[in-house]
Design a protein around this ligand. Structure first.
Ligand code: PLP
Length: 362
């Protein structure tokens, strides 16, 4: 019988496992969101986030899932008659394009097959041929396990198209993969906290550039809940425009402290080690879905070369060990399956999981 109070240990690519010490942060006494205790919590959290994301610009905490900031980046920073280049290489980057359109803006597609990466040359070719104001990218495509070469793309953008705004969905990448926001010249980057932040869902961290805010001043009808200028106005007082998910921010403060103690270089190294471990197992037993050059260090999408019954293996794991991993996403269901190795998932967790899968597939 299903028991939501005793849920399976999660190896799906989000939400991921949350450790007990983090959960306890969500149970602290609540704070008044206009009182000085909250101001202190907010300021300290934002100061740490600036270090983690390597930025001196703006950090906003949105009490929403990440999809809210997909929409916010378009509604705040693109005029109705401007054109956006949407790079598409899987379910989530495809969605960024459909959200751009649902906000009434023109989205031009740069599309590769699921499992392939977007390269600087492709983006350059497209931008050269059109008059684009902004480009959208997904750092780490959660459906395919591809980590796009966003540093190389950004270098090209800075050199050749410095006026084009850059919106980056780093939902399953942030924390696990490097983000040097100011150096990269990005305008918006965001991630919900149920991925590598290893916090339950309900909050999104966004970095927003000063020039994105300048642009927003010219764009009408930005709405209210996701208006960057409202966020900026309140950020001056170390607050959010509306009542935020305070328990989540307490957990975020806790996670930021731990990450900075560990050092971001070490955090990225730890994720790479977990990625290497899962990839070695995947190659021994199956094959990688992403090209070797573009594999993600936060999750692995595995090609089901043995034709195993993914749902049956998952059911067995759930029954015997109260544990689940991810099936393939959308059209990749059964053809692939996915294992998350991000946040507070550790090597011991992964050894256990892969051992249990081994038992089912031998
Ligand atoms: C890359 C990516 N972008 C966006 C989303 C949507 O995020 P949320 O569910 O927090 O709105 C997800 C969710 O899995 C994702 O993996």
């Amino acid at each position: 019988m299903t028991d939501w109070k005793n849920p399976p240990r999660l190896f799906i690519p989000g939400p991921v496992k949350v450790d007990e010490d983090v959960l306890q942060q969500l149970a602290r006494p609540t704070l008044g969101h206009r009182l000085k205790e909250y101001v202190q919590l907010h300021k300290e959290t934002v100061d740490m986030l600036k270090k983690i994301l390597y930025t001196d610009q703006n950090i906003f905490l949105s009490s929403s899932s990440a999809s809210g900031i997909w929409e916010a980046s378009i509604r705040n920073c693109v005029q109705m008659d401007e054109k956006v280049l949407c790079t598409m290489c899987g379910a989530f980057s495809d969605k960024f394009a459909s959200i751009t359109r649902s906000c009434g803006r023109e989205a031009d597609e740069l599309k590769v097959d699921w499992g392939q990466a977007i390269t600087p040359e492709m983006v350059d070719e497209k931008l050269a041929s059109g008059n684009y104001t902004a480009v959208t990218m997904v750092y780490n495509e959660t459906s395919t396990g591809v980590a796009n070469p966003v540093y190389e793309i950004s270098e090209m953008l800075r050199e050749k198209y410095p006026d084009v705004l850059v919106f980056v969905d780093a939902v399953s990448g942030m924390v696990g993969l490097p983000i040097h926001f100011d150096k990269l010249g990005w305008d918006v980057v965001f991630a919900s906290v149920q991925k590598a932040w290893a916090i339950p869902p309900g909050l999104t961290v966004a970095a927003v550039s000063d020039r994105a805010l300048e642009k927003a001043k010219e764009v009408p009808n930005r709405g209210y809940y996701f208006d960057f200028l409202e966020f900026a106005k309140r950020a001056e007082k170390h607050q959010t425009p509306t009542t935020p998910a305070i328990p989540h921010i307490m957990a975020l403060h806790y996670q930021c402290t731990k990450l900075l103690d560990e050092g971001m270089e070490n955090v990225w190294k730890r994720h790479k080690e977990m990625g290497d471990f899962v990839r070695a197992w995947a190659k021994e037993n199956f094959a990688l879905f992403a090209p070797e050059e573009y594999v993600s260090d936060t999750l692995t999408t595995i090609k089901n070369t043995k034709g195993i019954d993914v749902a049956a293996v998952n059911n067995a794991l759930q029954e015997k060990h109260n544990t689940v991993f991810g099936n393939g996403y959308g059209k990749l269901k059964n053809e692939t399956f996915r294992i998350a190795h991000m946040g507070d998932i550790n090597m011991a967790d992964l050894k256990e999981l892969l051992g249990w899968i081994d038992e089912e597939i031998k």
